[in-house]
Design a binder for this molecule. Structure first.
Ligand SMILES: Nc1ncnc2c1ncn2[C@@H]1O[C@H](COP(=O)(O)OP(=O)(O)OP(=O)(O)O)[C@@H](O)[C@H]1O
Ligand SMILES: [Mg+2]
Length: 249
């Protein structure tokens, strides 16, 4: 791989005696949906946190878009194009869906939240916000109070907010968690559409969603990547089946 968007090299993190990330090396190609799967406690969220900058690794390096970001803050990484969605975005429940996204567009342009009351009068912000809402299939809810959206719709709104930051890499940690079947299908369709324009790391337990979306899958067990490959290769990998996919040895 000539020019990965993300290169993790010998990343390590421990909590006390527990090695949660163990000399982990991984490349994410530009344009791919790279799923990371693995049992509960395997270290997936901890890994995402180190990539986003929420957690510092003990050692190892993170090169993003050709630049070593290991020492950069979360805000600096966000400005460089790393967007983490789900479990971290705070939707403003009393603002409309459109205003929530318009605020994110404004923040991306470097303004502060002091202008919160003016966002819905700025056409350049609302047009950009509407385009992101259309992308995630939420445009008809633009005028709705964000707090009254369904769970799945909130997930879509969070996605639109992430898109407003113009990410080069989207980090998605369990976007389907807690959504019903119908909403999961809708989210998969939305992510499928996004996949043609965005590079994503997708942490997800819903294997139907993973196999529907991923170009490549890495399997994480006890902080180590035990296999990386195309979905079919992962499905047939004996080590993976024994460790994770619930197959008897
Ligand atoms: N801040 C912390 N302090 C101590 N231990 C932690 C901390 N965060 C996570 N852990 C532990 O590290 C291990 C990996 O946790 P992590 O949340 O990364 O797993 P995960 O793969 O995301 O699991 P899940 O699939 O359940 O979301 C777990 O054993 C967890 O209890
Ligand atoms: Mg997790």
């Amino acid at each position: 791989m000539a020019d990965p968007i993300l290169r993790l090299e010998r990343l390590s993190k421990h909590f006390g005696a527990l090695r949660v990330t163990n000399e982990l090396s991984l490349d994410v190609e530009r344009g791919e949906v790279h799923a990371i799967i693995g049992p509960n406690g395997a270290g997936k969220t901890t890994l995402i946190s180190q990539i986003s900058g929420a957690l510092a690794p003990d050692h190892g390096s993170i090169v993003f878009d050709g630049r070593d970001v290991t020492g950069l803050s979360m805000a600096q990484r966000a400005r460089a194009g790393l967007a983490r969605s789900f479990q971290i975005t705070t939707i403003l429940p009393n603002f409309t869906v459109l205003d929530n996204v318009a605020l994110a567009v404004q923040a991306r342009q470097g303004h502060s939240f002091r202008f919160v009351r003016a966002v819905n009068r700025d056409r350049s912000l609302t047009d950009a916000a509407a385009a992101h809402l259309e992308t995630v299939g939420l445009l008809e809810r633009a005028g709705t109070r964000a707090g009254s959206l369904s769970h799945g719709e909130k997930r879509s709104l969070e996605l639109a907010i992430a898109l407003a930051t113009r990410p080069k890499l989207l980090l998605l940690d369990e976007p389907m968690a807690g959504t019903g079947r119908e909403e999961t299908e809708r989210l998969v369709a939305v992510l499928k559409r996004l996949a043609s324009d965005y590079t994503m790391i997708l942490v997800e337990h819903d294997m139907d969603a993973v196999f529907a979306l991923a170009d490549r899958i890495s399997v994480l067990v006890y902080g180590e990547v035990i296999a990386t490959g195309a979905p079919e290769a992962i499905r047939e990998n004996q080590k993976v089946r024994q460790a994770y996919l619930g197959e008897e040895a």
